[in-house]
Each structure stands twice: as C-alpha cells, then as structure tokens.
Design a protein around this ligand. Sequence first.
Ligand code: GLA
Length: 388
Amino acid sequence: MKLKLLEAFESIYGNHHDAKVYYAPGRVNLIGEHIDYNGGLVFPAAISLGTYGVARLRKDSQIRFYSANYPEQGIVMVDLHDMHYQFEHGWANYAKGIITFLLNSGRKLPVGFDLYVSGNLPTASGLSSSASLEVLVAYIASDLYKLNLSRVEIALMAQRVENEYMGMHCGIMDQLIIACGIKNKALLMNTATLEMEAHDATFEGYQFVIMNTNYQRKTTDSKYNERVSECNEAKSILKTSFQFNHLCELKPDLLPTVQSIITNDVIYRRVKHVITEQARTLDAMKAMKANDAKWFGKLLNQSHHSLKDDYEVTGVHLDTLVDSAIRHGAIGARVTGAGFGGCAIALVKNEFVDAMKQSVKSDYRKITGLEATFYEVNFTNGVGGLEE
Ligand code: GLA
C-alpha cells in the first residue's frame, strides 16, 4: 500500500524523495447520536476505511494539494499567505482551514508542502470523510513542521475548521475518535471533559454491519446546524428553571417538568431525544459489560426511533434500511452519524449477515430505486504514519 501511494505521489509531483505516508480512519458511532454538542457521553469507534496522505515539505511558500478522489480538480496550488476559503478549491478548503488555524495560533510554517490524498470512505455517507481529512492534514502538518501537537489538540483544531472555516457547527466526536481511536475498541467519550475510556465493543457471534443508503441530501449541514440551534434554544429556556451546563446533565425523570416549561412541541421533542439518548448510551455500556447483545440491539432500535420521531434526522432511505435489516435478522439497527441520508448500522448474528444483506438490498431497491452498499469493518487505531 505504502509503495503504491508513493508511486501515485510521484506520478503527480515528479518524484517521491523525502515523502512520508500517513493514514486517518473514518468512524462509526455505535450509540449516543446528536449529543456530542450537548456535553453527552458518546460511543464511537475508528474504522478500517479512511484517508491516506503522502506529503513532503517544499523549499518555497507554495502548498500543492491533489486528491485521487477528485482528479478533475487537478493540483490546487495556494500560497501559505493566502489561505482564505475559495469555493472552487473544493475538498482542499478543509486542508487550508487547518493551515489557517495553525498560522493564527502563532505557529511558524516557514515553507509550504506537497500533499497527495486518496480515500476509500464514501463521501457524505455519515462515516466522517471530512473529519478524516482534517485530522489527517493536522497530523501531517504537526509531523512535517515538528509542532508536537497532541491528539486532542489535533482533534480540537479540526473541529474548529468545521465550525469556523466550513460553517458546520459539529461537536467533537468525529475528530476526537479519528485522532484517538484504539485498535479493536470503541471509546466511551465524554464530550464535556474529553475523557475517554476504551471498551471491547464486540459481541461473540455477532457483527456490526454498516449499510449505506447512497442517498446524499444537500441540506445536511443546514439541517444539522438547525438542530444545534434548537438545542441551544432549549438550553436557554431551561436555564431559567434548572442549573446545568449541558442538556445531557438532565435526567429522564425530569422530562414531565421539561415539557411543562418548553411549550414548543418541536423544541421539547429535541430535548427529549437528547436526554433519552444519553440514558440509552449509559444502558448500552451496561449491556456491553453484561455481554447482552439483545439488550444492546434493543437500545439501537430505540435510538433510531428517537432520531426518527423526536429528532427528525432520518427519512425514507434510512428508515427503509433499518426496518428491513430488523425484518431480516438484525437484532438492532439505527442511523449512525448526522443522518438525513448516509449510513445506518445493524447488529446481526454472523450466520445471518449474508442473507440479511441480500434481502435488505432488494427491499431497499424496490422502495427507493437506489442500491444500498454494505461494509464490514474492523475497529482501528487513530491517525498515524503508515508503516507498510
Ligand atoms: C456529525 C457531527 C458529529 C455528531 C454527529 C451526530 O457526524 O460531525 O459531531 O454530532 O453528526 O451524532
């Protein structure tokens, strides 16, 4: 793999002297959805699909970007001193965002670099291809310029790029798991304190299958930001009655009181999702410790229903995949990531996986006219240099 990437770099930039090879995974979130911007505990894992990068420093102040995923864009060339967002630079804006924040934080970047990237994460699929790219570029920059950024610093910087440079007001989950993932583990992540705890996230005899709707809604970012502001609105209303920092601190037994305070039904349902999703995530940890796959599966189903009915981030494509997976042998299934399209996960007994995929594929084609794709992934380490 490493050699192939170096050759690809050479085919774009002439030779690969001094070039280094890196890899950043994507992520799947097992449970705890849309609560990472509400101070919640979430439970994601880094996965064996991701973004490769090859890079080396230059002698001048130019930066050159090339992505094998967008060959039509060719080489995007910019000067270190001109890092503003430009629509026509497409994917390279994520990388420019990272450089912008490094420069703004006073780091000295004396020269530019050449970067080649190539990813096997489907874009806009809810598996965090953009966070994978941001974290990759931040890690590469830290390595090339010897900045010694910690993994948490890398994640926070990548999140700032999404929030302030790209205008997507996401939480920290994706960037943090991509920076800090651990092989064969999922991480219980406290998004208020950034503390993380590794767990075995596997059930003997069962498998997590990722199912892609291959449906991309163009309004995902704006709908996502709308949910973030609905949560902020709920927070400011509730602050007049309760003392708390994050919505996830409120417990489910407070819901009747919350409902009497928040008169807007939509806003109430958003809070209801947040509070119950936090409780489900904590239960999921118990299910995992008790090795109770069925309980875990039930919580996945409940999570999906809450995201469908109360948080309203699913839609016919995701619901069809989830319903069909359950009809055909999954013990639990739900949307993963932001929703509005993208991917769902299903927990399935090993011996049913193939049959389930066939049946879901055909149900999904009949109902939506689209082809679903499936991924069986391993849980992997976070971003790093590529050894082989
Ligand atoms: C996107 C965001 C994350 C998180 C999820 C939903 O992936 O980037 O921060 O909010 O949606 O859980």
